[in-house]
Ligand binder design. Structure first.
Ligand code: SF4
Length: 370
């Protein structure tokens, strides 16, 4: 849903590209003007930049590249070495997927990244945004890479009244319509730079913006009112995935939740984030360890004080020597009742393992919403 045009002028990609040619950020993974970027570097930086700032990524990227200068070097490296090089960046499932993706590129594609968005999307750990970014920046495919920065810019330029996340398909379509055939990679990076440096969440520097004239939100003085976001209403369903791992010595992978917040300090099998628009078909990307994951039929539902939760249960069996990831542990199945498992997590374990052995689970400390 677009607000009626306050200005008849359409945003011109060429104006944005002219601005980009003068003000592009100098980033270590970015090719020099007129040079096509290396797919390995683009992909590596895009994975590192997920949920992490440019400033934090910069030193890690340089060290990582020194240690693994090619996709082949990364694919051949032991998993421990990759995790060690990643240590400190957080979200370790990204590092595991990164390694799996490098192996897939070498094994299935002869060490060359596939050139299209559709093919890239089939690789481990590559979602819609990363596939489009790599296709556009490294292969000049006319793909629209839409991240949070791009959503902000587009929702302001077109004054999109529909709240996020519902507005995502509309934003994507509007972005796609603007991608120029001659410089799709530069366009993708230009919108990212505009969102990161000019069209910032607070106090955007509209006077310096190449799209100031066509920007509808600026014309109305309503820049900071966009993008509209769907309010998290009390009672809104949240979804997520829970990962039950059974090791060959009959132990189960558990972790302790952070002391603050919902179910603070209680035990659980690892879970993904719980969000209204969580997509269970991509749950394996949040898995705590590499394994042959099986999505169990049905879901586990639990009602907390403020919201209902629906968890998809992923199940895997692993061999005896499999180590637990950082901050996790293996608990013998027969001792699960000694763990402080909240009701929702008992349901998850029962869904995957059948009735919990060892009698009734230890009574939970009273937790609001458990
Ligand atoms: S004019 Fe302002 S609000 Fe509009 S796109 Fe540019 S920086 Fe963002």
């Amino acid at each position: 849903m677009l607000t009626p045009a306050a200005s008849a002028t359409k945003p011109d990609p060429q104006d944005l590209l002219a601005w980009y040619d003068r003000h592009r950020r100098d980033l270590p993974w970015r090719a020099k003007p007129g040079v096509t970027a290396e797919p390995y570097r683009v992909w590596l930086s895009e994975i590192m930049l997920q949920q992490t700032t440019v400033a934090a990524v910069r030193p890690y990227y340089l060290k990582f590249l020194e240690r693994f200068p090619t996709v082949e070097a990364l694919a051949e490296a032991p998993a421990d070495a990759v995790m060690q090089a990643w240590a400190g960046l957080g979200y370790y499932s990204r590092a595991r997927n990164l390694h799996a993706c490098a192996k897939a590129v070498v094994d299935k594609h002869g060490g060359h990244f596939p050139r299209t968005e559709a093919e890239l999307l089939k690789l481990p750990g590559i979602g819609a945004y990363t596939a489009a970014a790599v296709a556009a920046i490294a292969f000049d495919e006319k793909a629209a890479a839409v991240d949070g920065n791009v959503e902000r810019v587009m929702s302001r330029v077109f004054m999109i009244e529909e709240p996020l996340p519902k507005a995502k398909p509309l934003i994507r379509a509007l972005t796609e319509a603007l991608v120029p055939a001659d410089r799709p990679g530069d366009f993708a990076q230009a919108v990212m730079d505009l969102g990161a440096t000019i069209c910032t969440p607070k106090r955007p520097a509209c006077a310096l913006c190449p799209w100031m004239v066509p920007c509808r939100a600026r014309a109305e003085g309503l820049q900071e009112a966009f993008p509209k976001k769907q309010k998290k209403e009390a009672g809104q369903l949240r979804k997520g995935a829970a990962f039950v791992v059974l090791r060959a010595d009959d132990t189960i992978l558990l972790r302790t939740r952070p002391p603050q917040g919902l179910l603070g300090g209680m035990a659980e099998p690892p879970t993904s984030p719980w969000e209204p628009d969580y997509e269970p078909s991509r749950a394996v990307l949040d898995a705590p360890i590499e394994a042959r994951w099986q999505r169990l039929p049905g879901t586990v539902r639990h009602v907390f004080t403020h919201f209902p939760l629906e968890l998809t249960v992923m199940f895997a069996k692993v061999s005896k020597g499999t180590p637990a990831p950082d901050d996790m542990r293996w608990t013998p199945r027969l001792q699960l009742h000694e763990e402080a498992l909240p009701g929702a997590m008992k349901k998850v374990l029962a869904h995957a393992l059948g009735d919990l052995p060892g009698g009734k689970a230890k009574s939970e400390k009273p937790v609001k919403g458990a």
